[in-house]
Design a protein around this ligand. Sequence first.
Ligand code: HEC
Length: 137
Amino acid sequence: MTNAQKWLTAFLGIFLALFILGRITQKEETFSLPETYAEKTMQSNQELDAMSLIRQTGCVSCHGQNLEGTKIAPALTNIKDHWTRDGLINYLRNPSSYSGDERFKEYKIKYKNIVMPAYNNMDVKDLGKIADFLLEK
Ligand code: HEC
């Protein structure tokens, strides 16, 4: 090999290495960025969906703008201590069937003339969304 050939091989080698490196880093950028972006928007949409569902359905008019409780209905902030997901969905569909519980006997006295409406005409998927949201709070 002449000196010129050695230089040429070295030059080509470096060029190839840089080219491959460029390809690899480019791939990482184009694939990972949109994914995290999509995940983020999906997450915030889910939260927004549940809370706007709760607003739309009118839960806030009794339970408070932030579900903190009012004079006419209890707070919905710590209900994960009392409910499973299925139990809560069943409750929302038919609240009167739970009126025998100790907690509900107290509610009956405290919120005497207010009745928690039955949401059995609502899409179960939406109720599930609301239940997930309430159980995470
Ligand atoms: C008309 C007023 C009113 C509306 C509207 C209302 N609630 Fe209630 N809710 C109550 C009252 C009063 C209670 C107390 C229990 C009872 O009296 O049956 C209650 C109880 C609850 C409980 C049980 C709380 C616990 O400690 O376990 C949950 C969960 C609940 N409501 C969720 C909702 C959701 C979700 C919505 C909307 C889809 C909603 N409520 C709409 C009045 C209301």
